[in-house]
Design a binder for this molecule. Structure first.
Ligand SMILES: [Zn+2]
Length: 75
């Protein structure tokens, strides 16, 4: 299932990031784990979130929220 995203500049940028980068926290490929974060106020996609570790990146691939790397043998 895909939700419809307006074709904004932000979204284009995020799409590129997702296509070509790995999550720096958990090293998963973002195209497998990323979800686009919709900003209600800006009415735009402003961030992507790696659902594996819950890290959040902005459109310049800056980490804005650090997630937890999922590891085996967690305490
Ligand atoms: Zn991650």
């Amino acid at each position: 299932m895909q939700f419809k995203v307006p074709n904004t500049k932000n979204w284009q940028k995020l799409k590129k990031i997702v296509k070509s980068n790995r999550c720096v926290i958990c090293c998963y490929r973002l195209y497998k784990t990323a979800i686009y974060v919709w900003d209600k106020e800006e009415k735009d996609c402003t961030h992507v979130k790696c659902f594996n570790c819950l890290s959040v990146y902005d459109k310049d691939f800056e980490l804005t929220d650090v997630g937890l790397p999922r590891q085996t043998g967690e305490a």
